[in-house]
Design a protein around this ligand. Structure first.
Ligand SMILES: *Cc1c(COP(=O)(O)O)cnc(C)c1O
Length: 354
């Protein structure tokens, strides 16, 4: 059994994918070829946003989002401590200060109460400017955007949805990628919608932000690429990856249904003996990971291994525990829930062909 079976997925649409790649090789427009815009339009329709802008990876997507929002030195961006490193890394990369937030023990997502507490603390210290919140749709489950947006409005903060794992998820029929001021995703092969290399996208309904992001991803271009009006990046999705994603997006809704069937069957099997993940009423998960909380993790991992089932720990190290963030001087006592989760979580194989 494989943890994620990309080969089985390729077999499911091999001919269509091969044909799409061949078409790119035939027309030869490898950079920003027609498939790139075709994919962006398909993503806009799927997510239900005005603008989808593809880029080189999910990390760049976060960086581009923060550049467009003007995040910089002296600013604070709040993000969960229990996440993948890129969420926090990109904040520091903008020379802003990441302020970590504890997790909700039931959803693994950012805790709204702790978020407000940390915002008030930064305001009362009066040194740094609270600027934005990055909420993460961890393991495929969208964060609580209703409460997050209320808090953001109250303190006049921007919201970025990191939907790298959440793509395909929903809250009351509204798709992941459509929350906040800007949302980002990743097409890394192992994500719910993955390509065969690196890829990412940014979503927004804001025409002004979309225009800035389109400029930023090609060296801050103005009216053409040799007219540069701002300092940007080189962060484009390859045409071949866009071609692959067009075929993968076509089968994605069916795959999501299968992922949810796998999750249901795990619940049937393990609901009585382990703490299984629960999807709150009105939410839909894309199940980027299916994550148990177990007491004796080493023993449970060993048992799964003996039965031929691979398991992976997402995540053993919270952001406040990372060496790179030692300079922020946090301790585990600052994040009791996330620190606890990091000792208990264990993810099981999850893919639509399981
Ligand atoms: C994977 C991931 C990213 C980064 O995406 P890349 O395409 O690997 O750069 C960012 N945030 C989260 C939560 C992720 O899981």
């Amino acid at each position: 059994m494989q943890f994620i079976d990309l080969a089985a997925q390729y077999q499911a649409s091999k001919e269509l994918i091969n044909k799409r790649i061949q078409r790119v090789l035939d027309h030869g427009q490898y950079i920003l070829g027609p498939e790139v815009r075709e994919l962006e339009v398909a993503l806009e329709d799927y997510v239900g946003v005005k603008h989808a802008i593809t880029c080189a990876n999910g990390t760049d997507a976060l960086t581009l989002a923060m550049m467009a929002l003007g995040v910089g030195e002296g600013d604070v961006v709040f993000c969960p401590t229990f996440t993948y490193f890129a969420t926090a890394e990109t904040i520091a990369f903008q020379n802003a200060v990441p302020v970590f937030v504890d997790s909700d023990p039931n959803t693994f997502n950012i805790c709204a109460d702790d978020l407000e507490y940390r915002i008030r603390k930064v305001i009362s210290e009066g040194v740094l400017t609270p600027k934005a919140i990055i909420a993460v749709d961890l393991f495929g489950l969208p964060a609580d955007y209703k409460r997050i947006q209320q808090i953001a409005d109250k303190y006049k903060l921007k919201v970025i949805e990191d939907a790298a794992q959440g793509f395909g998820g929903e809250v009351r029929g509204k798709k992941a990628g459509s929350f906040g001021d800007i949302a980002t995703t990743s097409f890394f092969p192992a994500k719910p919608l993955g390509c065969y290399g690196d890829g990412g996208a940014i979503f927004t309904d804001d025409d002004g932000l979309a225009e800035i992001i389109r400029s930023l991803r090609v060296h801050g271009k103005g009216s053409d690429k040799y007219d540069n009006v701002r300092i940007g990046m080189n962060s484009r999705l390859d045409t071949i990856q866009a071609a692959i994603l067009l075929e993968k997006l076509a089968i994605f809704p069916g795959e999501l249904v299968k992922r949810n069937l796998v999750a249901d069957s795990y619940e049937d099997k393990f609901g009585d003996c382990h703490k299984t993940p629960k999807v709150p009423q009105g939410y839909y998960s894309s199940w980027a990971q299916y994550t148990l909380q177990v007491e004796d993790r080493q023993m449970v991992m060993k048992r799964f291994k003996e039965s031929g089932t691979p398991t992976v720990i997402y995540y053993q190290t919270c952001m406040h525990q990372q060496s790179a963030f030692k300079y922020l001087n946090y301790t585990d006592d600052d994040f009791p829930v996330a620190s606890y989760l990091a000792t208990r979580v264990l993810s099981l194989p999850m893919h639509p062909y399981l």
